[in-house]
Design a protein around this ligand. Structure first.
Ligand code: NI
Length: 143
């Protein structure tokens, strides 16, 4: 076995949310052209599939990078409970006015999770992966 291996662990969380793709900087016509049906005035919904991956050394006593239960709890309390069954643009201010693309959601979720990992020594956030639909997938690795 490799010495001091670094292992990634992932938790998955599904949530339902509505949103509207609409860039404030663009005109109504430009938004309609750019986003098509996703610019629908009253929004539309997705069943989002969120994967949060952290990495770190395997604790020789517990055999774990971190307790998956703790990572599930972070995602549930700080993301799922905030966004599930909400309109991402109308009900929440987590995006700070930015367009509610999966890219921007990944950036916001990154900051949310990273802020909770400080108490887990040696554990760092590795990836936020969002499946907005079966065919549309966004990943952010902190760059
Ligand atoms: Ni959409």
């Amino acid at each position: 076995m490799k010495k001091n291996p670094i292992v990634e662990i992932t938790v998955r969380s599904e949530f339902a949310a509505a949103h509207r793709l609409h860039a404030r900087e663009l005109s109504d016509e430009e938004n309609a052209r750019l986003f098509g049906p996703c610019n629908n005035k009253n929004g539309h919904g997705h069943n989002y599939d969120l994967f949060v991956t952290v990495r770190g050394p395997v604790d020789p006593v517990t055999g774990m990078v971190m307790n998956l239960f703790d990572l599930h709890t972070i995602v549930k309390e700080h993301i799922f409970d905030v966004v599930d069954h909400k309109h991402l643009d109308e009900d929440l201010d987590i995006l700070g006015g930015r367009t509610s693309t999966a890219e921007n959601l990944a950036l916001v979720f990154w900051d949310i999770v990273e802020a909770q990992l400080g108490r887990f020594a040696g554990v760092e956030l590795a990836k936020i992966r969002i499946h907005e639909s079966r065919g549309n997938i966004v990943e952010y690795c902190g760059a």
